[in-house]
Write a protein that binds this ligand. Structure first.
Ligand code: NAD
Length: 266
């Protein structure tokens, strides 16, 4: 079945690399006009925009730090200046600042919470305000708007040495479900994706040496994920094919959240 997102505008945060880049590319291939948000590196974002345009799509790169209220407001205002409306938000930006809890600095705690959780709040709020002010767009989508939060298997699985990250993603889960409960009646769909181990910059170090082999022990399906695995789910969640999917987290993890340590009777 072919998914078409023609006439829709998608904003993807943190789209200059990894899962955001993959999502932006896939949304554009499905026909959406795409805003490629980046934080500090404009060049890869501009390169992706060129690639999308060369393939006949529409895209623009806009810089903004998602943890800064004013910058988020500007990002959404610039999105409207370029494309006139907004239909899909993929709140993807995220980072890790790992340390055992006893060594974790308040600065690293705050950075992770500010980007991974407050950034999701600021972007979701701006998207909701825009969806509500523009109203339904009959013939374009059955929903008034769609929000996809990028969470992690660590919204469920505790993660020693990464307490700030796990706390931020646990927060994303209840943020997403609370928003979904709040705006469902307005036909705004809100869901999360919880990736497991997907090959991107965020876990490049963890995959080095025997890292990948160790990781595979945690993945019943027997392979590390690729950005495309997540991008395909983003496109589906953004489309009317998932119109009755609301307030849910889709785990894309090759079974990592199935407690694989219990294979062989634990
Ligand atoms: P990545 O490092 O390639 O991408 C993260 C993106 O977020 C980067 O483009 C970065 O510029 C952006 N970003 C960071 N701080 C920002 C800020 N203040 N404002 C705007 N953008 C900012 O890694 P990724 O794997 O593509 O991560 C994308 C999302 O997926 C993150 O939320 C991450 O937590 C989540 N995730 C990834 C995996 C995985 O295995 N790769 C697993 C679970 C969850």
């Amino acid at each position: 079945m072919q998914i078409s997102l023609q006439q829709q505008v998608a904003l993807v945060t943190g789209a200059s690399s990894g899962l955001g880049e993959g999502a932006a590319r896939a949304l554009a291939a499905a026909g959406a006009a795409v805003v490629v948000n980046y934080n500090s590196h404009a060049e890869p974002a501009e390169k992706l925009v060129e690639e999308i345009r060369a393939a006949g799509g529409q895209a623009v790169a806009i810089g903004a730090d998602v943890s800064q209220e004013e910058q988020v407001e500007k990002l959404f205002a610039q999105t409207l200046e370029h494309f006139g409306h907004l239909d899909i938000l993929v709140a993807n930006s995220g980072l890790q600042k790992d340390a055992p809890l006893v060594d974790m600095s308040l600065a690293d705690w705050n950075t992770v919470i500010n980007v991974n959780l407050t950034g999701q709040f600021l972007c979701a709020r701006a998207a909701l305000r825009q969806f509500i002010s523009q109203g339904m767009r009959p013939g374009v989508s059955r929903a008034m708007g769609k929000i996809i939060h990028m969470s992690s298997v660590h919204q469920l699985i505790p993660w020693a040495g990464h307490a700030n990250y796990a706390a931020s993603k646990g927060g994303v889960d209840l943020l997403m479900r609370s928003i979904a409960q709040e705006v469902g009646e307005q036909h705004i769909r809100v869901n999360s994706i919880a990736p497991g181990a997907i090959r991107t910059a965020i876990n490049q170090q963890a995959m080095q040496g025997d890292g990948e082999a160790k990781m595979l022990k945690l993945i019943p399906y027997g392979r590390v994920g690729e950005a495309e695995d997540v991008a395909n789910a983003v496109v589906w969640l953004a489309s009317d094919l998932s119109d009755y999917v609301h307030g849910t987290t889709l785990f894309i993890d090759g079974g990592m959240s199935l407690y694989p340590e219990f294979r062989g009777n634990g």
